[in-house]
Structure formats: C-alpha cells, structure tokens
Design a protein. Structure first.
Length: 133
C-alpha cells in the first residue's frame, strides 16, 4: 500500500535530519540558509507532536558535528574545537565535556552515560558519565 498524501500534517519547514520524539514533544534542528551572511544557520526547536507550541531553544554554532538530543539536554560536537558540549534546556547552560575529539566521532546517550567512538579506531568505545540535572 502506498501513501498518497492523505492525513498528513506539515509540522515545520527547513528541518534537518536531526530530530527526536520524546514523550509528547518533538525536538529538532532547523537548518536555514541566510543569504545575508551566505551560510547555513542551525537552531534547536521543540514542539508538541501535533505541531502546537513551537519554541526555539537554542541557536547553534555553524561548526556543528554529531548531535544527540535528550529530554533534558542537547549534546553536540563542535567541529571548530573538536569538543563535546552539553546544553541543559532548563538552566540554559552550556558546558564543554570532552576535548580533542575527532570530527568523525559518533556519540550515543543512554540514561546518564555517553558512549563515544572515534570512527577511525576499530574496537574501542569510550564511556563518560554525565549529570543531566
């Protein structure tokens, strides 16, 4: 059976591929080209799953790499300084967690643990415990 565009609801425009559904909210990165400065801008938003109450949470740096979104924080690698950052939504605080990561590092968050792997190194996954409070 094919989908023919029936019963679809367009929730947002300019959304990149990074999004997460957590509870009744969708967290997503909006990627929009700014003609004045001739580069893309990235912003983190959330909204209810029905498209209501869309809210910008954070403007992100243009040098953003790997992203992981949780209900309490955003984690991302800034490719300019190759560091892993945590941004806590409630406190509005950003903190650098790890330095000297490679651009091709993959990150995954499970509860209060970050698993990260340099994709150039086989058979090695590193672990970092975090506080999301």
């Amino acid at each position: 059976k094919t989908l023919e565009g029936k019963n679809f609801l367009k929730l947002a425009e300019n959304v990149s591929t990074d999004f997460e559904i957590i509870g009744n909210k969708i967290y997503f990165i909006e990627q929009k080209y700014n003609k004045d400065i001739q580069e893309y801008e990235y912003k983190l938003f959330n909204m209810k799953t029905n498209g209501a109450k869309r809210k910008q949470i954070l403007a992100l740096p243009n040098d953003i790499g790997e992203i992981n979104i949780t209900a309490k924080a955003l984690y991302y690698i800034n490719t300019e300084d190759n560091a892993l950052y945590q941004y806590k939504y409630k406190k509005g605080e950003q903190e650098r967690l790890l330095l000297e990561l490679k651009n091709n590092t993959s990150i995954c968050i499970v509860k209060n643990i970050i698993f990260y792997k340099d994709l150039d190194v086989e058979d090695k996954v590193s672990i970092l415990k975090i506080d999301e409070k």
